[in-house]
Design a protein around this ligand. Structure first.
Ligand SMILES: C[S@@+](CC[C@H](N)C(=O)[O-])C[C@H]1O[C@@H](n2cnc3c(N)ncnc32)[C@H](O)[C@@H]1O
Length: 364
């Protein structure tokens, strides 16, 4: 599957960023060495030597530049100071201000002395706040260009640079309870779905699991597809204490958080977090032991994904299901997902909850 949320090399904000960078750093840009693309996808005129910091495993596909994973890299930079002379950022507002700030702070820590951070943002969509944030880390910020509703803010790492403030912004974490509040809290951070609280749809699916627990009691293998920080995987593992759980997400930070949550809940060895674009084909080592044995698939699918993307996500599940196995997907508008299941020849039931529907799909 291609195209994680919102990356667009042709967006006017990205083009403006490229234009400003070309005007001052043409040679560096052409070679790409020492250039960091901080969560902004490809940027025109940036040579293949650049490094792209990615959030989602799908961003690797077709990437011209070396892709490095979010997470561990930040910790390494925070310790050593950075190797980059120029960092380009085009924060995607829909991923949240905390993630934009996290990305900018991490990019700032990646800069060498005198290195520049350029950030393209819409004034109407939080640009001013991002400029203030950049100023709080670098000590100053300039507007280097304006156009198409965007501003390109720039700052260089010099005397006023506050590394401690940047590290603090990278360390932002949230904790939130599962419905069973006696269990340890879940932990998550910027860049991850529903990072501050349990999602309402997820809560509904956990209620559904509880209400139908007797039907699912004999499941030895469970899948949580699109698992995020893992509330469904962890909740199911507690509810079905004999079950092995395979939990898959394509977001690097989500899988990082999910591993932390599995450990917090003492579920290492029973819940297996996997970084994958969609369901891994049943025979790959990441999914070993689940093929043909899964009695229950839980799924809170990405709401904005087009129908074809959802169909691609769901298609491999049949190879995993045992004969009586069922897929339970929670949705707030049932139409698209129901159509996906029907097109795949599934039979199903729909359970209505306030604001949500749980679709159960099974194959005769
Ligand atoms: C609605 S969220 C649900 C997250 C989690 N289950 C929860 O309830 O909090 C959907 C998740 O699907 C993941 N996702 C989107 N496309 C994906 C794909 N192609 N493969 C794997 N995961 C994907 C997103 O990263 C996101 O974490």
């Amino acid at each position: 599957m291609r195209g994680p949320d919102g990356l667009n090399a042709h967006d006017p904000g990205v083009r403006l960023l490229a234009k400003v960078a070309r005007a001052r750093w043409a040679d560096r840009l052409k070679a790409g060495g020492g250039v960091l693309l901080a969560h902004c996808g490809e940027v025109e005129s940036v040579g293949a030597g650049a490094t792209r910091w990615i959030l989602d495993v799908r961003e690797r596909e077709g990437a011209v530049h070396r892709c490095v994973d979010t997470g561990r890299e930040v910790e390494a930079l925070a310790a050593d100071g950075g190797p980059f002379h120029l960092a380009l950022a085009w924060p995607r507002a829909h991923l949240g201000l905390d993630f934009s700030q996290w990305s900018l702070a991490a990019a700032a820590l990646g800069l060498a002395e005198d290195g520049w951070l350029l950030c393209s943002a819409r004034k109407q969509k939080g640009g001013k706040r991002l400029a203030a944030f950049i100023e709080s880390i670098f000590g100053r910020v300039e507007v280097l260009a304006r156009g198409s509703g965007y501003q390109v803010y720039g700052a260089s790492r010099g005397e006023g640079f506050d590394a401690a403030a940047a590290r603090e912004a990278c360390a932002v974490r949230y904790q939130w309870p599962l419905p069973d509040e006696h269990r340890p809290a879940m932990a998550s951070g910027p860049g991850v779905f529903s990072r501050r609280a349990l999602d309402d749809g997820t809560r509904v699916l956990l209620v559904h699991l509880e209400a139908h627990a007797r039907r699912f009691a004999h499941c030895t293998h469970v899948v949580d597809l699109c698992a995020g920080a893992g509330p469904l995987a962890v909740g199911a593992a507690h509810r079905l204490p004999e079950a092995q759980v395979l939990a898959v997400d394509s977001n690097l930070l989500a899988v990082h958080d999910m591993r932390e949550n599995i450990a917090r809940h003492g579920l290492d060895g029973r819940v297996h977090a996997r970084l994958y674009d969609g369901m891994p084909p049943a025979r790959v080592p990441e999914a070993a032991g689940f093929e043909g044995k899964v009695g229950l698939v839980l799924m809170n699918p990405p709401t904005h994904a087009p129908r074809e993307a959802l169909a691609t996500l769901v298609a491999p599940l049949r190879d995993y299901l045992r004969p009586s196995g069922v897929v339970c997907a929670v949705v707030n508008r049932a139409g698209t997902m129901r159509g996906v299941f029907q097109a795949m020849g599934a039979q199903g039931d729909a359970y209505d909850y306030p604001g949500y529907t749980v679709l159960e799909a099974r194959w005769p």
